[in-house]
Design a protein around this ligand. Structure first.
Ligand code: SF4
Length: 401
């Protein structure tokens, strides 16, 4: 494996108020540097995205999708944009159509989510996941991922785009999200119904649910929005029936690494490309289907042929700029803003047990790529700031006045 992977970076910041210094020009150059020449004539190119749900508009802008699709066609490939059937069905509401993207939009697992093939994972009692057929049909994979926070691993980008987005809804919601229930965290015999109810009431995030009929306490990992609070454990200290353990949260990330590996294995190494859009970085995933305040300053676009490197670089850049504190929604309780504590912004938000680097470590161990990278900035503000300023033109050709 390579020692250091190249990660190209287009900053949102620009050195001139000029077209040549702005993000579109930079992303075009990034695509040139990623080098689509390994795409062969007539290759079917899956542009895997998350097209969002319902009223969420903070996804990868169709503006860039169109430019990247054009570059794939120039290289001789036949692109199609793809995501789960639900997201595809009303993608038009968020501006994604064949006309705007410049290529067909295909449900990744067929019309009724059944165009899949089982792959063996054998992880904590989960034997198989259903991988999406359109990815298996493709010759080339281009991941266009929106970088944002995520309720389970703290962060979602390129890895999440494949780890969950590459599988049927049943696999995603029942198996991958269900892995959190595979590690025992509650001793039913030690816990009375009254105590279970007290635990439920202690949680400020409604992360604990109790079914009195079944005498079953469920801890919802996604809803445990900050393990800094530990109010449940405070209530439980004299009984000792509940545990909140790092392994519980890490298992989700380990399974993400495994399921991503399975997807990547279906493509030749020189036919995989990963672009992360760290723009409009929201606290929750696009799956929420709603607009959200952006909690991280605009960063830009990153691209690499190494999925681990692009994720590491994106997380590092997010870590460098930090949270926009006034944008943190009030429903995030117990956010750790202590500057003396070293935490990634998504750990501050989602709790230290949702450390977004965990999946990086698992992915590296599984051979998906390297976290060692060389960050190559394209048309940096310093560079464009030294360039000759253009004569300002406000309504360029073609013009209709
Ligand atoms: S750690 Fe806090 S948020 Fe998580 S389950 Fe316990 S009380 Fe709820």
């Amino acid at each position: 494996m390579k020692q250091e992977a190249k990660v190209y970076f287009c900053s949102s910041q620009q050195g001139r108020d000029a077209v040549f210094a702005a993000l579109a020009a930079k992303v075009d150059k990034l695509v040139d540097l990623l080098d689509f020449s390994t795409i062969e004539k007539r290759d079917k190119v899956a542009v895997k995205m998350h097209l969002g749900f319902q009223d969420g508009y903070q996804t990868v802008p169709v503006f860039f999708v169109r430019r990247i699709v054009r570059a794939i066609k120039r290289a001789g490939g036949w692109p199609f944009v793809t995501d789960n059937p639900t997201a595809v069905y009303n993608a038009v509401d968020r501006g994604y159509t064949q006309e705007t993207c410049g290529c067909p939009i295909i449900p990744v697992s067929g019309v009724k989510d059944g165009y899949t093939r089982p792959v063996t994972v054998n992880y904590k009692g989960i034997d198989k996941l259903q991988m999406c057929g359109a990815l298996l049909d493709a010759d080339v994979l281009i991941s266009l991922a929106h970088s944002k926070g995520h309720a389970c691993p703290g962060y979602g980008g390129a890895i999440k785009n494949l780890a969950l987005g590459g599988y049927s809804a049943k696999s995603r919601w029942e198996k991958i999200h269900g892995v959190e229930q595979k590690i025992p965290y509650w001793d039913s015999e030690k816990c009375s119904p009254e105590h279970a109810q007290a635990l439920v009431e202690a949680c400020p995030c409604q992360a604990l649910r109790y079914d009195a009929e079944k005498h079953k306490l469920t801890l919802l990992m996604y809803a445990c929005m900050n393990q800094n609070c530990m109010q449940c454990l405070e209530t439980d200290k004299d009984v000792g029936c509940l545990q909140i353990m790092p392994e519980f949260f890490a298992s989700f990330q380990e399974l993400m690494a495994i399921s991503t590996k399975k997807v990547l294995e279906t493509f030749d190494e020189d036919k995989r490309f990963f672009l992360n859009f760290a723009l409009q970085v929201t606290p929750h995933c696009d799956c929420m289907g709603m607009a959200q305040p952006c909690v991280i300053p605009e960063i830009g676009v990153l691209g690499s042929r190494d999925i681990v490197a692009v994720e590491s670089a994106t997380l590092d850049l997010i870590g460098r700029v930090g949270l926009i504190e006034q944008s943190i929604p009030p429903y995030f309780k117990h956010v750790n803003l202590d500057p003396n504590v070293s935490l990634h912004p998504f750990e501050r938000l989602w709790g230290a047990m949702k450390n977004p680097y965990i999946v990086i470590r698992y992915s590296e161990q599984l051979g998906l790529g390297t976290s060692q990278y060389e960050l190559i900035e394209i048309l940096s503000p310093e560079e464009t700031g030294r360039m000759e300023p253009p004569k300002q033109v406000y309504e360029r050709q073609p013009s209709f006045y």
